[in-house]
Design a protein around this ligand. Structure first.
Ligand code: FES
Length: 167
């Protein structure tokens, strides 16, 4: 944290920098590419993967809205100054295990911490991983629960299928 309460992340290899300004936008510099990822669903409407969304023009510097009220998202249009945005960090600093609750099924145990959810709904198919865990005595339910959990973890982490190692 800097003296004026700002945070910054810098990647020295690429000279890229993202600063979190106090009660204002993310200040991005160093020609960082900016693109949107969208959720792709299967024929039944179940989210199955991330797809390519809009790509924004390359810029040496830009400010990203953090207040959520810009009329020009994802960029900041200074609306945060009119609404008196309070950007104080509210994230919980507890470890995953401290935040997670446990669902015990007959053949599976699921731990889940809502604070880490990206709301992508990759674990909602076939009644959702929670219900499937409760019904894990059923082979099909157990298989789908495991599949959904792996998919959600892989998608949330940004890892592709080939990045997972199985024994
Ligand atoms: S942070 Fe500036 S408009 Fe949202």
């Amino acid at each position: 944290m800097t003296k004026n309460g700002e945070y910054s992340i810098e990647d020295s290899r690429m000279s890229c920098k993202v600063m979190v300004s106090r009660d204002g936008p993310y200040l991005v510099s160093g020609n960082l590419p900016l693109a949107e990822k969208i959720i792709v669903s299967d024929a039944e409407g179940n989210p199955v993967k991330w797809g390519e969304g809009r790509h924004y023009p390359d810029q040496e510097k830009y400010d990203l809205c953090r207040c959520g009220k810009s009329a020009n998202k994802p960029y900041c249009d200074k609306t945060h100054t009119k609404i008196v945005f309070d950007g104080t960090e509210t994230a919980i600093r507890k470890e995953y295990a401290e935040q997670a609750h446990t669902i015990s099924g007959p053949n599976l145990v699921l731990t889940d911490a809502h604070a880490f959810c990206a709301a992508a709904r990759f674990c909602h198919r076939a009644g959702g991983v929670w219900k499937l865990t409760e019904n894990s005595h059923d082979t099909k339910s157990r298989e789908i629960a495991i599949q959904e959990t792996w998919t959600a973890l892989r998608k949330a982490s940004g890892l592709g299928q080939r990045d997972w190692k199985t024994n």
